[in-house]
Design a binder for this molecule. Structure first.
Ligand SMILES: [Fe+2]
Ligand SMILES: [Fe+2]
Length: 471
């Protein structure tokens, strides 16, 4: 097979000269294309889509927009520029030069972290593969596909690390990333949230707001890694992740805005009658996606997380900006605990609490979107407030697994939970209603009735631009 590497795989890892990496990719790349055809966005092969393709890491190089077909998308491999003299900034090796090769001790742990991150990337493409059929506008359809191709590129990014640094077992893991599938009973994806369906667009916006944001925090923690290639890979991925969360934040904001418009115009709270999504339903979907995403941070007290930190391979959010010794042997951190009938906060060893710390940073970031959505509601003169549910609500991992907690943070018995959960989580009726709203809108500049148009188009294009052309 003859591949023009520079042309077909944009990269800044010297792929043109690296025979070993070329050989690994020659085998994996056709498997990726088969996977994209079978498990990627369905019935999309003929569409020309206005997409951004990263062709270098300079700002001008990753904002390259053009109409392309997704099978011809150029998935590239990019590391953020090297930082001169970068050091390991935390853990037992603190102060030593960052590793350019996988350290002997910590190899298995690093591979596990890379595989777990890598597994989420194609999983979300699989979860979203049917959404193209019911897009509320060409603008939204284009955004969905942009997210999909970039998640595909994130898979490439993790596969690059496996191929370049982990030899044969890395190549095997890279193939396994294409063999597990979201929701597959025999070979599911590694993390539960990535085996959930994304059956309609409200869920898609919630997913990109809450679950991609978990991705942001995991990538940010890995970007602190003492293993420099991982750090640089994740730093570049974060630039793309920002767009995914933008899609979620503005998507939910537009749903909220449309609900408010209907309430003001029709002078009623019965938004559904007029083809909109009512705010209590938005709250239920928010409750679900937030709680499922909270589970992705893992156990509150985790020996694995402590080890990753001490070994210098996974840090905290903005590690170097935190004012402490970055070793944490003496430190404590506040974690939730259940005592009798109440949820209390106790001191725990900081090292074992790394997951809670990252999750706490995530929660603060999540609230920012709610503040914006609540402002839309307030500005419309409507008395309603979207709230993040309590950290214990609807959880299946860690301290809150096996107990039931209300959105307000009250412990409930099983009867109360069964009686009330339909008020807090989407019911079958809610799901059927949301699905009933979905239908493709393919005329340029037109938007489905349940969602307001965005404030502006993509990359300076007007709203009625032909973001997707059907052939
Ligand atoms: Fe991603
Ligand atoms: Fe993402």
């Amino acid at each position: 097979m003859n591949i023009d590497y520079k042309e077909s795989i944009p990269n800044n890892v010297n792929l043109e000269e690296d025979r070993r990496l070329q050989r690994a990719l020659e085998k994996w790349r056709p498997m990726f294309f088969d996977w994209w055809r079978d498990m990627g966005p369905s019935d999309s092969a003929d569409m020309d889509i206005y997409l951004r393709t990263a062709i270098s890491v300079e700002p001008s190089g990753w904002a390259n927009f053009d109409h392309v077909r997704m099978p011809d998308y150029r998935w590239g491999i990019f590391l953020a520029p090297a930082e001169d003299g970068r050091k390991i900034n935390f853990g037992m090796h603190k102060g030593r030069p960052a590793w350019q090769q996988v350290p002997g001790e910590g190899r298995a742990e690093l591979r596990r972290l890379i595989v777990t991150q890598g597994d989420t990337e194609p999983a979300s493409v699989e979860q979203q593969r049917k959404l193209g059929k019911t897009a509320p506008s060409l603008y939204d359809l284009r955004n969905l596909f942009q997210v999909n191709v970039e998640e595909g590129r994130h898979l490439w990014a993790m596969v690059y690390l496996l191929h370049a640094h982990f030899g044969r077992d890395g190549r095997e893991e890279a193939e396994a990333l294409l063999e597990r599938h979201s929701g597959d009973p025999d070979k599911p994806r590694i993390l539960d949230a990535f085996n959930e369906e994304t059956p309609e667009w409200l869920s898609f916006f919630m997913f990109t707001y809450f679950t991609d944001r978990d991705g942001k925090y995991q990538l940010a923690a890995l970007a602190e890694s003492g293993f420099d290639p991982l750090s640089r890979t994740c730093r570049f991925m974060l630039t793309e992740e920002a767009h995914h969360m933008f899609v979620g934040e503005t998507g939910i904001g537009r749903v909220v805005k449309r609900a408010c418009e209907i309430m003001s115009e029709q002078k009623t709270g019965e938004v559904r009658k007029f083809g909109g999504i009512d705010l209590p339903t938005v709250q239920k979907y928010l409750n679900f996606h937030y709680s499922v995403s909270m589970d992705l941070f893992g156990q509150e007290l985790s020996t694995n997380a402590a080890n990753y930190y001490t070994m210098g391979i996974k840090g905290r959010y903005r590690e170097t900006e935190i004012e402490d010794d970055h070793v944490l042997i003496e430190d404590s951190y506040r974690v939730p605990e259940i005592r009798g009938n109440s949820i209390v906060t106790v001191d725990a060893p900081a090292l074992k609490s790394i997951n809670v710390r990252l999750r706490d940073d995530y929660v603060v970031d999540c609230q920012r979107g709610l503040d914006k959505w609540n402002k839309i509601i307030r500005n419309a003169g409507i008395d309603f407030e979207l709230k993040l549910p309590d950290q214990g609500f609807n959880r299946t991992i860690g301290t809150f697994a096996g107990v039931e907690v209300s959105p307000a943070g009250k412990l409930l018995d099983a009867d109360e939970w069964n009686r009330l959960q339909g008020d807090w989580l989407p019911t079958e009726d809610d799901k059927a209603f949301i699905k009933s709203l979905m239908g493709p809108v393919t005329e340029p500049g037109k938007f489905a009735g349940w969602i307001a148009p965005p404030a502006k188009g993509i990359y300076g294009q007007p709203l009625d631009f032909e973001y997707v052309r059907f052939n």
